[in-house]
Design a protein around this ligand. Structure first.
Ligand code: GLA
Length: 447
């Protein structure tokens, strides 16, 4: 390369990096989809992915909003002499491009998996030293989502390693959700707002409501263990930058009430909802839980503010989540195995949230509510009394008379957000821009 060409290449890279950012307009609400790992681990092939896409396109999952079909670890074959990665020829003989075309033909999107190190957690080739090449390859294949793991990361700094891949995706030019999976080891919530669309906050989940599975050098967490680790983190997440308490275990062996409680709490956390069960063979109750539109609306609420545990009484924890229409979701979780009586005297309860600056004002404002799992209705004029079965929830959506007014103005406002590289306009005409003087989800009137 002569000197001029070298200067040109250096300048081109500088320009790319100057403007590098996450793709705008993605993950305005927590991403929804499916991933192969929780159920199938490394035992995957292209037939499974096609059959999963077929199932999701027809079983109600796609209609409910689960659009990403994500291949986790073990799709990889070898790198060629030029360093380009190829899929495992036995398991993915038609190639990832053909698979992406197929998944797209079903109205779904394709996700893939890689790792910051030179090997993935399962020992397949990782992206270290090949970041720009891999991002380009994924873009050419038609990939829409990249989960990027943190195994074999010795000598790497997380912020740098994840920024490199973000910039590589940006340079490749295809919009992709960037899902950071470094298990919360480096507190990504403190620095990754402009890097990832979501970041894992903990080590791996397993299909147990309350427990830890010890593997010696690492362990897996049950639902309650992960839930407790989320409590201090809610102030760091919001539209386009979500805390990820790991993929769902609904339908993977817990009881129906445990699945319901796990799902309800992930919705209260505004968590990404990446199902992890066998889509081709689902019990009706599993499908009912995963596709309940009213419960999903709590997760997908545009305000994007996580719920908080407001009070605890014995094994019963009461959570509240502020919603965009001015109302609230309320979830009463029984962490224990025995049924518990629960009573809530609205007028004497103080439910306020300094983060969202919202106050339920139960003493002066009446709300009506719907039990989202049973459809039963009620109001806050009289004391709420209920019995919560063990490892189950009572999930309510509260609305006040003034909610509609709030919803009507919500369309016209500019949303001021941290974590946005450049201003952009969403489908409803709201302009999003960064202003670190505001809390996530704060809004002001449109110009
Ligand atoms: C890590 C991740 C899991 C999964 C496996 C694949 O453990 O946290 O979600 O991707 O690697 O090997």
């Amino acid at each position: 390369m002569n000197k001029l060409a070298a200067v040109f290449v250096a300048l081109a890279f500088a320009c790319v990096n100057l403007h590098a950012q996450k793709f705008p307009g993605l993950a305005l609400t927590p991403p929804m989809g499916w991933n192969s790992w929780n159920r199938f681990a490394g035992n995957i092939n292209e037939d499974l992915i096609r059959q999963t896409a077929d199932a999701m396109a027809t079983n109600g999952m796609k209609d409910a909003g689960y659009v990403y079909v994500n291949i986790d670890d073990c799709w990889h074959g070898e790198r060629d002499a030029q360093g380009f990665i190829h899929p495992d020829p036995q398991r993915f003989p038609s190639g990832i491009k053909a698979l992406a075309d197929y998944v797209h033909s079903k109205g779904l999107k394709l996700g893939i998996y890689s790792d910051v190190g030179d090997k993935t957690c399962a020992g397949r080739p990782g992206s270290r030293g090949h970041e720009y090449q891999d991002a380009l390859t994924y873009a050419q294949w038609g990939v829409d989502y990249l989960k990027y793991d943190w195994c074999n990361a010795e000598g790497l700094k997380a912020e740098g390693a994840y920024t490199t891949m973000r910039d590589a995706i940006h340079a490749a030019g295809r919009p992709m959700i960037f899902s950071m999976c470094e298990w919360g080891d480096n507190e990504p919530w403190l620095w990754a707002g402009d890097i990832g669309h979501l970041w894992r906050t903990t080590g791996d989940i397993f299909a147990k409501f309350d427990g830890v599975l010890n593997h010696g050098s690492w362990h897996q967490n049950g639902v309650l263990q992960i839930l407790d680790m989320q409590k201090p983190l809610r102030i760091y997440a919001g539209p386009r930058h979500w805390n990820d308490p790991d993929m769902l275990e609904v339908g993977n062996g817990m009881s129906e009430s445990e699945d319901r409680a796990h799902f309800s709490m992930w919705c209260m956390l505004a968590a990404p909802l990446i199902s992890g069960n066998d889509q081709r063979d689902m019990k009706p109750e599993t499908l009912r839980i995963l596709t309940d539109k009213d419960v999903l609306a709590v997760d997908q609420d545009k305000l994007g503010i996580e719920g908080f545990a407001c009070s605890t009484n014995g094994t019963v924890e009461t959570w509240f989540k502020p919603l965009a229409d001015g109302g609230w979701a309320m979830c009463v979780l029984n962490r224990g195995t025995e049924p518990q009586k629960f009573s809530f005297d609205w007028k004497n309860e103080d439910v306020s949230d300094s983060f969202s600056k919202r106050d339920a004002n139960f003493s002066t404002t009446d709300y009506t509510f719907q039990n989202l799992w049973t459809g039963e209705t009620g109001d806050t004029k009289k004391i709420l009394s209920a019995e919560i079965p063990g490892h189950d929830v009572l999930l309510l959506r509260l609305k006040s008379g003034s909610d509609n007014a709030a919803a009507a103005t919500a369309q016209k406002i500019i949303r001021i957000k941290a974590g946005v590289g450049a201003p952009f306009t969403d489908e409803e005409g709201n302009v999003w821009e960064a202003d670190h003087g505001f809390a996530d989800g704060d809004t002001v009137e449109g110009k």
